[in-house]
Design a protein around this ligand. Structure first.
Ligand code: AMP
Length: 243
């Protein structure tokens, strides 16, 4: 069966606590619809690793699990979302994480659609992945990443073939710096204080839908894809069975 063959703009925002699977699910959506996966967390971590000027600026916040300033993150978003490959859509993973970022995104999309000759749209499908705190800690305790290629594993739910080595390039797997328990606690506090209001922002305008984040990645994907397929902008489009 064919992938989506006719569609309008697909703008998906995945929200949820650390460990809810936003990264994994974003990659799947992006690859299925052929749209870019945009994650400020990955960009910021890479910048810290490469010790660029941006990396030096945000290093402390990222290592402590605190949010980077709205100005820095929105400037990064603007640059990325203006790239040509975002004209037909994108999946935002970990953005917006504050009310200021959510308002910025709405204004940005409106202005872009007014000024653009392309089919850039403004409609977002905002999906909240719900997961309780016990499951978050259990899941992140098992998360391992490959420092060179970025592949993500879970020792319990999706382990590598050979323990502690990446299946793709054989490099050593490590615990992400901000997955250590003290930092994780800080990330959850930040999530509750700054990101939960974002969920309320979209709820007040009836622009958000939620899915349960428990179960296998495949089960969560099925829930998410069924929400996407129910969207007006995908009606009539063909999609492969199995999602
Ligand atoms: P993540 O991989 O999405 O959990 O992000 C890792 C870290 O990057 C966070 O703990 C923050 O320090 C920073 N970060 C990621 N996204 C944002 C955002 N939208 N606003 C501010 N800081 C962010």
């Amino acid at each position: 069966m064919k992938r989506v063959i006719e569609r309008e703009f697909i703008g998906v925002v995945l929200l949820g606590p650390p460990g809810s699977g936003k990264g994994t699910q974003s990659k799947r959506i992006a690859s299925w619809y052929g749209i870019p996966h945009i994650s400020p967390g990955n960009i910021l971590r890479d910048a810290v690793k490469a010790r660029t000027s941006l990396g030096m600026k945000v290093q402390k916040a990222v290592q402590r699990g605190e949010l980077v300033s709205d100005a820095v993150v929105c400037a990064l978003r603007e640059e990325r979302l203006n790239e040509h490959d975002c004209n037909s859509g994108f999946v935002l993973d970990g953005f917006p994480r504050s009310i200021a970022q959510a308002v910025w995104l709405d204004v940005f999309l409106q202005e872009r659609s007014l000024s653009s000759a392309t089919r850039c749209g403004t409609a977002l499908l905002v999906i909240q992945i719900e997961l309780d705190e016990d499951q978050i800690f259990a899941r992140l305790a098992g998360r391992r990443i490959c420092q060179s290629c970025g592949a993500v594993y879970n020792l319990y739910a999706g382990p590598p073939v050979s323990s502690d080595l990446c299946d793709y390039d054989g490099n050593a797997l490590i615990v992400r710096e901000d997955d250590h328990p003290e930092v994780l606690h800080e990330r959850l506090v930040e999530y509750t204080h700054r990101s939960l209001p974002v969920i309320l922002y979209y709820k007040n305008e009836d622009r958000i839908t939620s899915v349960q984040g428990s179960g296998t990645p495949e089960a969560i994907s099925r829930r998410i894809f069924s929400k996407i397929k129910n969207q007006r902008w995908l009606r009539g489009a063909e999609s492969r069975s199995g999602h």
